[in-house]
Design a binder for this molecule. Sequence first.
Ligand SMILES: [Zn+2]
Ligand SMILES: [Zn+2]
Length: 146
Amino acid sequence: VALTKRGEFWFGKEAKDIHEFLKMYSENGYKVEEFRLASCKCSGQVFLLYADDTEGAAKRVCVACDHAHFVGDSEEYWDEADPDMFACPECEGEHSNIGVGFAFYQSSEDIRWLYVGCRCVDCGLVGVFADWKIDYSPSKQLLEQV
Ligand SMILES: [Zn+2]
Ligand SMILES: [Zn+2]
């Protein structure tokens, strides 16, 4: 098992451990069936993460090249959003790996729920920073927009 628990938080050794965390997190809800690790066009995997859990929108900014990217369909909702920036509750670090988990409607390629997971690159803490419902079709294109 790649994840370890210390106190109330879970920690992972590497970016892909976000996947395992999301599966565990969604176990009793809309289960994560697909996972994509966020990678910048410069191939960087460390980001600042901004999200509004209520509005359902997230944006990542690459630490290496400053490129900003909206996660999934977030750009459409960004004007209404009141985003918080991720800061690790364990070490206050702001740099994270980001991985997105997807749950699907039954017997469908359409996405039902999207989870924005992150892993603090300083201490390894993993968590879900925002998650929201998807209620339109087609939606599987969001898999390629993490
Ligand atoms: Zn970049
Ligand atoms: Zn941390």
